[in-house]
Design a protein around this ligand. Structure first.
Ligand code: COA
Length: 379
C-alpha cells in the first residue's frame, strides 16, 4: 500500500503547485470580459466599461453578454419584457419560498430563495438568465420587508423597478440612472471567484440555477462582494476627513484590512471606481439631497487618499488602491438602498454574468478538476 501511495503521489509532487490562490492560472477563454490589471481597463464584450455604464441600460448589457452585440430597440424591449415577466412570476410564487426570506442575513436569504428556482429543460440561455436575474431582483428587494413587499411593475425598465421595489418612496430618474450605471458596471469581471465557482458547477453538466447558487455563496464573502457594507461602516466610523489618518493607522496596526482597497488583478485604481464616481457626480448634480451626497463623496475621497498613502507605506511591494466596492458603497447609499442590500444588489447584476459564463462553459469547456498534492498528516 505504501508503494502504491508513493507511486500515486509522484506525479502531483512533480507538477508545479498553484498554491497562491491560482493567481497566475488562466482557467478559460472567454469573450465576455477582459480585465487588464496593469492598465486598469475593463472591457465588456468588446466595449470599455466606461462607454457602457451610464450610457446604456442594464437590459442592453445583458443582451450584449449573450449575443455579442448591443440590441436594437425591439431586442431591448424583448429583454425588458423578459425581465419584467420574470419579476412578476417570481413575486407570484413567493409563498413557495417558505422561510427562506426570513433568514436574518440577506445573502443567506437570497441563496436560499434562488435555490427554490428550478431549471427549465431546453430553455434558451438569455431567456433562462432573464428568468433568474428577474427573480433575484424580487428576492433581493423583498428581504426584510415582511408582508409589505412591493409587487413588481413588469413594464418598467429593470433598474427603475428594482429601486421602486426597494424604496418606500418613488425613486427619481437620476437615482434610477445611477443604479442602472452600477448594474452595468458590475455585470461581469473576468474569472472572479464567484464566476469561477459558477463555472466549476456548470463544468459538471449541472444546471444554471445550481451554478448561480454557488456564485451567490462565493460573492457573499467580504474579500469579494461583501465589502461595500463594511466600507460604509468604515466611513461612518471615521465621520470626518480629518479623522481618517488616525482611524486607518489604528486599523492597519491591528493588522486588519481596509475594505474597498486592494485587488487581486488591478495594480492601479480599479477602473470601475472612476465609472461609479462619474455616476455619483451626475446623481449629485441632479439631486435635491446634493449636500448629503457631496459630503459623503468628500469623505470617501479623503479616506481613499489617506488609505492609499498608508497602504503604500505598509506594502511598498504591492500597490493597493480603491476597488469597485469603495464607491459602490457610496452610490448604493445615495440611491437609497440599505447597506444590508448592497451585496444582494451586486448579485442581482452579476448573476447575468454568471449565466453567460455558464453558457460559455457548456459550449466550450471541459470538467474543471484540478489536483491536490497529498501531504502526510498522521503523526
Ligand atoms: N488592507 C490592508 N492590507 C491589505 C489589503 C487591504 N485592503 N489588501 C491586501 N492587503 C495586504 C494583505 O494583508 C497581505 O499582506 P501580508 O503579505 O503582509 O499578509 C498583502 O496585502 C497581499 O494580500 P493578499 O490577500 O495576498 O491579496 P489578494 O490578491 O489575495 O487579495 C483582496 C485581494 C481584494 C482580497 C484584498 O486586497 C482585500 O482583502 N481587500 C479588502 C476587501 C475588499 O475590498 N474586497 C473587495 C474586492 S473587489
Amino acid at each position: 500500500l505504501s508503494r502504491l501511495i508513493n507511486m500515486k503521489s509522484t506525479d502531483t509532487t512533480r507538477a508545479p503547485i498553484q498554491g497562491n490562490g491560482l493567481a497566475e492560472v488562466v482557467a478559460a477563454t472567454t469573450r465576455l470580459s477582459d480585465v487588464a490589471g496593469e492598465q486598469g481597463r475593463l472591457v465588456l464584450a468588446g466595449y470599455p466599461a466606461e462607454d457602457l455604464a451610464g450610457r446604456v441600460p442594464f437590459e442592453d448589457a445583458m443582451f450584449l453578454l449573450f449575443r455579442g452585440a448591443l440590441p436594437t430597440a425591439p431586442e431591448r424591449a424583448w429583454v425588458q419584457d423578459a425581465l419584467g415577466d420574470a419579476r412578476e412570476a417570481a413575486f407570484e410564487r413567493m409563498d413557495e419560498l417558505g422561510d427562506a426570506l426570513a433568514l436574518p442575513d440577506a445573502m443567506d436569504a437570497l441563496r436560499a430563495s434562488v435555490a427554490h428556482l428550478t431549471a427549465v429543460p431546453g430553455d434558451e440561455p438569455l431567456t433562462e438568465a432573464a428568468r433568474i436575474v428577474g427573480a433575484i431582483a424580487v428576492f433581493a428587494t423583498a428581504w426584510g420587508r415582511g408582508t409589505s413587499r412591493v409587487p413588481p411593475n413588469a413594464r418598467l425598465p429593470h433598474a427603475a423597478d428594482y429601486l421602486r421595489m426597494t424604496s418606500t418612496r418613488a425613486p427619481s430618474p437620476a437615482e434610477v440612472a445611477a443604479l442602472d450605471a452600477y448594474l452595468v458596471t458590475v455585470i461581469d469581471h473576468g474569472m472572479n471567484a464567484s464566476t469561477f465557482a459558477a463555472r466549476v458547477v456548470a463544468s459538471t453538466a449541472s444546471d444554471t440555477v445550481s451554478a448561480v447558487v454557488a456564485g451567490i455563496g462565493a460573492l457573499k464573502g467580504k474579500l469579494h462582494g461583501g465589502a461595500p457594507g463594511p466600507v460604509l461602516d468604515m466611513l461612518d466610523a471615521i465621520g470626518e476627513p480629518e479623522a481618517a489618518r488616525a482611524w486607518l493607522s489604528e486599523t492597519l496596526c491591528r493588522r486588519e484590512r481596509i475594505m474597498g482597497m486592494g485587488h487581486r488583478i488591478y495594480r492601479v485604481r480599479d477602473p470601475r471606481a472612476f465609472v461609479l464616481e462619474r455616476a455619483l457626480a451626475q446623481l449629485e448634480a441632479a439631486s435635491t439631497a446634493r449636500s448629503l451626497i457631496g459630503h459623503r463623496l468628500r469623505l470617501a475621497r479623503a479616506v481613499e487618499k489617506e488609505a492609499e498613502i498608508q497602504l503604500a507605506a505598509h506594502h511598498p511591494e504591492r500597490p493597493l488602491k480603491a476597488n469597485v466596492e469603495f464607491y459602490t458603497a457610496v452610490l448604493l447609499e445615495a440611491v437609497g438602498l440599505p447597506r444590508t442590500q448592497f451585496t444582494p444588489t451586486f448579485a442581482s447584476s452579476r448573476a447575468a454574468g454568471w449565466c453567460a459564463h455558464v453558457e460559455e462553459q457548456r459550449r466550450f469547456g471541459r470538467l474543471i478538476r484540478p489536483r491536490s498534492r497529498y501531504t502526510e498528516s498522521r503523526r
